[in-house]
Structure formats: structure tokens, C-alpha cells
Design a protein around this ligand. Sequence first.
Ligand code: FES
Length: 193
Amino acid sequence: MKRRPFLVGATVVAGGVGAAFTAVPFIASWQPSARARAAGAPVEVDVDKLEPGQQLTVEWRGKPVWVLRRTPSILERLATLTDSGRLRDPLAEVATQQPAYITGPLRSLEEEYLVVVAICTHLGCVPLFRPEPGSVGDDWPGGYFCPCHGSRFDFAGRVFKAVPAPINLEVPPYRFLSDHQIEIGVDPKPTTS
Ligand code: FES
């Protein structure tokens, strides 16, 4: 007679364990987002809470992508750099590194926001966010510093001369869904005139 409570208890535990084991494959198949992301599904980013000078990182196609909100002072420094002779490709002329609709030295759809793949074009390390001028040498204007072999990029993802990385960081396809919604992985809709 005393076995009954034990059997009930054992059944509940076994049921619980069984439920846990069966739930894992169910959840894995029920959440396609990770697989879809790796396969290239677009990623929406809300930049509403991004303060000037801040950046966030999202994952797209298994790669980190930065969205940086550039300040007026960053934009001024980028303009100075364009004509400084310090950059390898200041006007972003290497066509593989950005979609055709991203033109000009700021390498963006809206000058306030940089969207760039956070993978060094030398051997694939993730560079560091180093916004403070002078923090990576006296002439450092703020930008991205790769800790692996010292490549440097500005806040348009443009590579400096005399570093191992040969070309600018990649700008992925993206579009604005609203003033503060960016969709990465999708080209802008063609405008009709
Ligand atoms: S991987 Fe960045 S400098 Fe080598």
C-alpha cells in the first residue's frame, strides 16, 4: 500500500524528464531564426535608443555587424581624413566592399549611421571600437583597431595605409524601414520618379 505514493512520484519525475528531453528537439525545430539568420535572412535593428557616439552589434549571416551612430564631430574628422592621404581607398572605389547604391566617402545611406561588417579584411579578426582620439597613437582620430596585426579603420570603415588589411571593411546590403529601423540584408526599394 505504501508503494503507491512512490510510484506516483516516480511517474511524475520520469514524465518531467521525458518532457524535458522531447522539448529540446521541438524547440530547436520551432525556432528557425538561428538557422535562417545563418542562411542569410534579413535582420531588423532598432536604433531608436542608440545615443550619438554609441554603436551596437547584431549578427547577420553568422557575422557581427556594427551599427554606429556618428556624431557631428566624427563626421568632421571623417571629412578631414578623406583628403589626408592617410587612407588606402578614401572614396570607397573598391566595388566589392559596398553595394553599388552606397556611394561616397561616408559609405552609408544616411550620414549619421554607419552599418559595417565587423570583420577585419586582413585575416578575419574582429576589430576593437576605439572612439577616443589619441587612444591608438598620437594621430589616432577614433575608429576601429584590429588587435591581431594592427590594422586600422576609420568610422566609415575605411582602411588606413601601412597596415596589413588591404581593403575597407565591408558594408552589407541594408535599408531604412523608418527613421529608426534598419533592415540588414535587404537592398532599398528602387525609388520611382
Ligand atoms: S586580422 Fe586584422 S590585422 Fe590581421
